[in-house]
Ligand binder design. Structure first.
Ligand SMILES: NC(=O)C1=CN([C@@H]2O[C@H](COP(=O)(O)OP(=O)(O)OC[C@H]3O[C@@H](n4cnc5c(N)ncnc54)[C@H](OP(=O)(O)O)[C@@H]3O)[C@@H](O)[C@H]2O)C=CC1
Ligand SMILES: CCCCCC(=O)/C=C/[C@H]1[C@H](O)CC(=O)[C@@H]1CCCCCCC(=O)O
Length: 389
């Protein structure tokens, strides 16, 4: 019996055959972004990742046999490819590395190194003498940022999760200070290691650690938001709160101060004392003392140059500002309650008192009844008779 081999048409011709090569993996990379991309993979897919590989056979002159290449081939030992790109970029041939380890192509000379280099120099635009905080400091990216920052004349503060990594960063990489976020209270230690505040922040972790560091940053600082690894394993990551209400208020106050200074230098204004509050019948000695204290705290906030003390003055000022407002409200209410009480048998006098409380913009007539607001309360008054508060 004769057995025939039949060659079937499996797919249509499309241009020329691809010029492919066969490569064998030498180093395979593991990176945090894989944790984020994993949900997009199907079970059974080749796991994603870059690799350094050696070309074993080739029908493509761009990838000669014996050369080392970097490609996004995934976690596999052998790959047939034509070198065309993926969303992660194309395959490229490595230059001669001499004595350097080829693994550098996936580290300091590869994606993490480039991330550190451009994320630090281009985004943070460092200046000699500044203080930088780096989270994920012992990682592939953070450890390079720290070394670049030292070379640029910065004070470098790293944040890491073990004493062993802390020692390595200080003793071998030359970091000035390293905090172990698992054993130290970051909020307490930061003012001690960065007494002048933090100018630059290279953020690899996001979440709570970043929230704490942001509280210690100087105004007009720069942040390079590189990654948020603290949330990659979380179902509901907390995220980073880049601005809180206090920061907005402080920035607003500074902005007002600065614009007032500019306006005053062009068209100086004469200072006049606003005595309106002082003339209110319910403005007494207690309010006067509280208001004076409030104004002192505001002046201290305005003139203070130290970011930590400035925040403290602002918080104390807010307490006194709210206290003055609340005390004024209470005294005003007491004043009118007394007045109404003492006039309860004298409708004419009571009506006169009430009229002083009615502002044009906050009263309404419904039938014969006036509705108006005293502080937060809606008060109705019917001219024919009743008075309901
Ligand atoms: N924007 C971009 O193009 C790129 C962004 N990245 C991002 O940069 C960051 C670092 O990447 P890379 O250096 O390659 O990663 P590495 O895996 O080398 O290092 C990550 C470090 O993060 C720390 N870490 C892990 N979990 C936490 C946590 N819950 N809280 C605080 N720290 C934690 C670990 O250190 P420890 O033991 O000290 O906790 C570890 O050293 C990642 O967020 C990554 O996604 C990376 C490359 C490119
Ligand atoms: C939202 C993702 C932030 C992750 C930060 C990070 O690690 C980025 C790494 C990039 C690196 O420069 C080279 C890459 O390929 C990484 C990008 C990965 C993008 C993940 C997109 C997630 C998705 O599939 O939607």
């Amino acid at each position: 019996m004769v057995k025939a081999k039949v060659y079937i048409l499996d797919k249509r011709f499309d241009g020329f055959p691809k010029e492919e090569f066969l490569a064998e993996a030498v180093y395979i990379s593991v990176d945090p972004y894989m944790r984020i991309r994993e949900p997009n993979l199907n079970l059974g897919d080749t796991f994603i990742g870059d690799q350094v590989a050696k070309v074993l056979e080739s029908k493509n002159h761009k990838y000669p046999v014996g050369k080392y290449i970097v490609g996004h081939f995934g976690w596999r030992t052998h790959t047939v490819s034509d070198g065309s790109g993926s969303i992660f970029g194309g395959t490229f041939v490595l230059p001669e590395f001499g004595n350097l380890p080829l693994s550098y192509a996936l580290g300091i000379l590869g994606m993490p190194g480039n991330t550190a280099y451009f994320g630090f120099l281009e985004i943070l635009k460092p200046k000699v003498g500044q203080t930088i905080a780096i989270t994920g400091a012992a990682g592939a990216v953070g450890s390079i940022v720290g070394q670049l920052a030292k070379a640029k004349g910065l004070t470098v503060i790293g944040v890491t999760g073990s004493d062993e990594k802390r020692k390595w960063l200080v003793d071998e990489l030359g970091f000035d200070q390293v905090i172990n976020y698992k054993t130290a209270d970051l909020n307490k230690v930061l003012p001690e290691v960065a007494p002048k505040g933090i100018d630059l922040y290279f953020d690899n972790v996001g979440g709570e650690i970043s929230n704490t560091i942001l509280k210690h940053m100087n105004h007009f600082g720069h942040i390079s938001v590189c990654g948020a690894i603290s949330g990659y394993n979380e179902k509901n990551p907390k995220g980073t709160k880049f601005l809180n209400n206090d920061d907005v208020n402080i920035i607003l106050e500074e902005l007002i101060c600065k614009s007032n200074n500019v306006i005053n230098s062009i068209a100086p204004i004469r200072n006049v004392v606003n005595n309106n509050n002082n003339q209110l019948p319910w403005y007494d000695e207690e309010i006067k003392i509280k208001a004076r204290h409030r104004d002192n705290l505001y002046m201290m906030f305005k003139n203070c140059q130290n970011i930590y003390e400035k925040r403290q003055y602002w918080n104390q000022f807010k307490v006194f500002r709210n206290d003055v407002v609340n005390t004024l409200k209470i005294k005003k209410r007491m004043y009118y309650e007394n007045k109404i009480d003492s006039n309860k048998n004298n409708p004419k006098a009571m009506w006169k008192t009430l009229k002083t409380l009615i502002k044009k913009k906050n009263h309404n007539f419904i039938n014969n009844t006036i509705l108006f607001e005293i502080d937060d309360r809606i008060v109705s008054f019917n001219e024919d008779a009743d008075l309901a508060v």
